[in-house]
Write a protein that binds this ligand. Structure first.
Ligand code: PLP
Length: 343
């Protein structure tokens, strides 16, 4: 039986077309700007995101941290949500690399809002204050919610008026665009620089892109080198990324539809409480009907061919992606129904 993996959209393995593209990629020394496949990927990403230029980097964490390093001097201040990936899941890299001060804000909503940053910009001129160098937003957020573009535009307008750039952690920017029914460029337009991941729901094996103006990306290229991210014949890994942008971006809406199907199926199971309608590919539930340890549920599902992560504080997250089909969704809901009936 095929295993179905609901743990994350990072578990997506490359498609056959990606493997072929990697094998056949024309390559050169990318540190010298001579890898035609990397150059093509960077150009295509810039066009898709409506930015002047883009830079191919090893990971989403790398893209975010390279953006911080490029926008900030050490001791500068960054306004961002305490819940965001840069604060929670990048192992304190900002303290190590850009040495910027992360001023973590605690929004009432799942995402950073205009009200959270208004009044937080430091007045220049007083030497006691750090310089406010950057605002960071996420779209979609790490917990799978999509932010209305109008809200992001308000933040950008406020920051621009203070001459402060906005960086968007768009690890799932393409998901957000699909969910909103707008182009990726329309989403990226609400920030000065954007990071996108090729290796989450897009199935590429590795890589992210950092996009922005030509001068910004030029500086970021130097910082990528400093961070040890200058790669030589990187076309081998960039080639699947080109396939991802061309073939996988347009099909993300299918993953979202499947998440809605999963939400509906789980919502109908007694003992499962659906927390909200999914915006993208992530479904969040509580399972009060399961009286034993979480680990036992993970193991029971595993025996039935389904991989899930244990709950975090009672909340279970199930993620749909390219390698989860309708039959997998229905089978998973049926397995949970059976387990909860017996427990
Ligand atoms: C996954 C993710 C990243 C970066 O991920 P890597 O694992 O470093 O590629 C950044 N931001 C968000 C919101 C993410 O979900």
């Amino acid at each position: 039986m095929n295993r179905i993996d609901f743990r994350s959209d990072t578990v997506t393995v490359p498609t056959d077309e990606m493997r072929r593209a990697a094998a056949e990629a024309r390559v050169g020394d990318d540190v010298c700007g001579e890898d035609p496949t990397v150059n093509a990927l960077e150009r295509e990403a810039a066009v898709l995101l409506g930015k002047e230029a883009a830079l191919f980097v090893p990971s989403g964490t790398f893209a975010n941290q390279c953006a911080l390093l490029t926008h900030c001097r050490s001791g500068d201040e960054v306004l961002l949500s305490e819940r965001c990936h840069i604060v929670q899941h990048e192992a304190g890299a900002a303290a190590l690399l850009s040495r910027a001060q992360l001023r973590t804000l605690s929004p009432d909503s799942p995402h950073l809002r205009f009200e959270d940053i208004a009044g937080r910009f430091r007045e220049p001129g007083d030497f006691h204050y750090p310089r406010t160098a950057l605002v960071c937003v996420e779209q979609a957020t790490s917990d799978g919610t999509v932010v209305a573009l109008e809200e992001l535009r308000e933040i950008k307008k406020l920051a621009s008026a203070r001459s402060v750039p906005v960086h968007m952690d768009g690890a799932r920017l393409f998901n957000a665009a699909a969910a909103l029914g707008v182009t990726p460029a329309a989403v990226a337009d609400t920030a000065d620089s954007v990071a996108v991941c090729l290796s989450k729901g897009l199935s590429a094996p590795v890589g992210s892109l950092l996009a922005g103006t030509v001068p910004f990306v030029g500086e970021a290229r130097k910082n990528r080198k400093r961070m040890g991210g200058g790669m030589r014949q990187a076309g081998i890994i960039a080639a699947p990324g080109r396939v991802a942008l061309r073939e996988e971006v347009p099909r993300l809406a299918e993953d979202h539809a499947r998440a809605k199907r999963l939400a509906a199926a789980l919502g109908a199971v007694p003992g499962i409480e659906l927390l909200r309608e999914p915006d993208i590919s992530m479904v969040f539930v509580r399972i009060p009907g399961w009286k034993k340890e979480s680990r036992a549920l993970v193991a029971a599902l595993d025996e039935r061919g389904f991989s899930v992560y244990p709950d975090e504080g009672g909340v279970w997250r199930f993620v749909t992606h390219r390698w989860v089909d309708d039959a997998g969704v229905d089978g998973f809901a049926a397995a949970l129904r059976e387990l909860l009936t017996r427990s």
